[in-house]
Design a protein. Sequence first.
Length: 245
Amino acid sequence: MSTLLRSATCVAVLVSAVLAAYQLGGRNAHPDARQAPTKPASALPAEASSTAPAVASNTTAAPFLRSEWGYRWDASKPGIASSAEDAAWLEANGFPGPDVEDHLRRLSVGELRTLAGRGNQPASAVLAYRLATLGTPREEVLALLHGSAANGSVYALKTAGDIFMMVDGYRDPAMASAYYGLQARSGDQSGFEQRYLVDQQLSGDRRLQAGLIEEALWREIGLSSSEVDERPGFSAFIQGGRAPL
């Protein structure tokens, strides 16, 4: 079995675990506060979706509790990060650490809306997933995700793929493939692996459709190849894919 296929198999296990994690209940909090990381204004997309809700940009985000934002590296609980450098990239691109993700999933819709309104990108994505599971119209869910993605959240793109892969009423493998493709084009190599797994379910015509949807979404959200911040290991992953299988 090739290295690429072994990686894809591992991702399949992780994707299967996502849905179960969203069933958690309860509440957790942390007393310490920290300033949300910011991106320079020049790094933000020039064209944001006109349908995006009023979510504050990271450049003006208020401080968040340690439990509400960030990806702090912990080798004993790495989550999806492979190193401290990888964790820093994930945080800068809207991903929550394992502790933050667990906390956010325990919050109410109202609490998530408050955080999202203050520019908390992880909370925006978790809120979108929660709303999707509650049967909220697609337009509202995608507007929330697209607004966050336009402000630099790769996690929002991954979450959109997860929604179309796993949520009742939203399941559409072609849409999931398109969003995972956007995740990959935004510099996250795991998007390639997730899209590969989804594409096994698609016919040739549906794979073509997924590619067209991906391109349309790339333009609609206002993403740009010139602003891609590659995740550590991205270039090596791409080069490895050129080796004979």
